[in-house]
Ligand binder design. Structure first.
Ligand SMILES: Cc1cc2nc3c(=O)[nH]c(=O)nc-3n(C[C@H](O)[C@H](O)[C@H](O)COP(=O)(O)O)c2cc1C
Length: 182
């Protein structure tokens, strides 16, 4: 699959780091970081994302990127983590960056858009923006880990969210699943 992975300036860069690790093995990744995400990713993970054979990096002001247009062929877009600022701009149709334009394109083309929102608590504006985007066809997938798999490390805990994102994308993984298969 060809997947757009956008990273914005919410806390939780490790979610993006782990997601990219799983996706880049078998899929073509088109990655874009907001200005704030570049700083926060460096601060939280201690590194910056590098281009590789599977990952192409685009600047957030690069409207020449193929996925700025509906004529491009991308299977899905994930914004991980998604800040409330980016959520609000997408919900209002403000396509002033490559990330918000690409999200707008995914919605208008009726393609898969997954927003891994991270904020707590929510105000009414956040909730209304999530409602607007859900009604527009996006999936709100909060960066909200679960504990029933008994995670032993931060990476295990983060993966409880990352595996749900992979499920939403339709990407196979060997992560924990509740219940025994019959
Ligand atoms: C260290 C740090 C952590 C932040 N965490 C969050 C967060 O979890 N959620 C959020 O919505 N904004 C968070 N912010 C604020 C956003 O970075 C800010 O609203 C920014 O304008 C978002 O821009 P962007 O969506 O273009 O990246 C954080 C900022 C900093 C500096």
């Amino acid at each position: 699959m060809k997947i757009i992975v956008a990273v914005t300036g919410a806390s939780g860069s490790i979610y993006a780091e782990r997601l990219l690790k799983y996706l880049s093995k078998n899929h073509k990744i088109l990655a874009v970081f907001s200005k704030n995400a570049i700083k926060i990713y460096k601060e939280e993970t201690g590194s910056s994302l590098k281009e590789s054979a599977d990952i192409t990096l685009y600047d957030d002001d690069d409207f020449n990127a193929p996925f700025a247009s509906g004529s491009s062929r991308c299977d899905a877009m994930v914004i991980c983590p998604c800040s409330m600022g980016t959520l609000g701009r997408i919900a209002s149709g403000v396509s002033d960056s490559l990330i918000t334009r690409a999200a707008d394109v995914m919605l208008k083309e009726r393609r898969k858009l997954i927003l891994v929102v991270r904020e707590t608590p929510y105000n009414l504006i956040h909730i209304r923006n999530m409602e607007t985007l859900t009604l527009s066809g996006a999936v709100i997938c909060p960066a909200c880990p679960s504990f029933y798999s008994k995670p032993q490390s931060i990476e295990d805990l983060v993966d409880t969210v990352v595996f749900r994102i992979l499920d939403l994308l339709g990407v196979e993984h060997n992560g924990f699943r509740w219940g025994k298969a019959k």
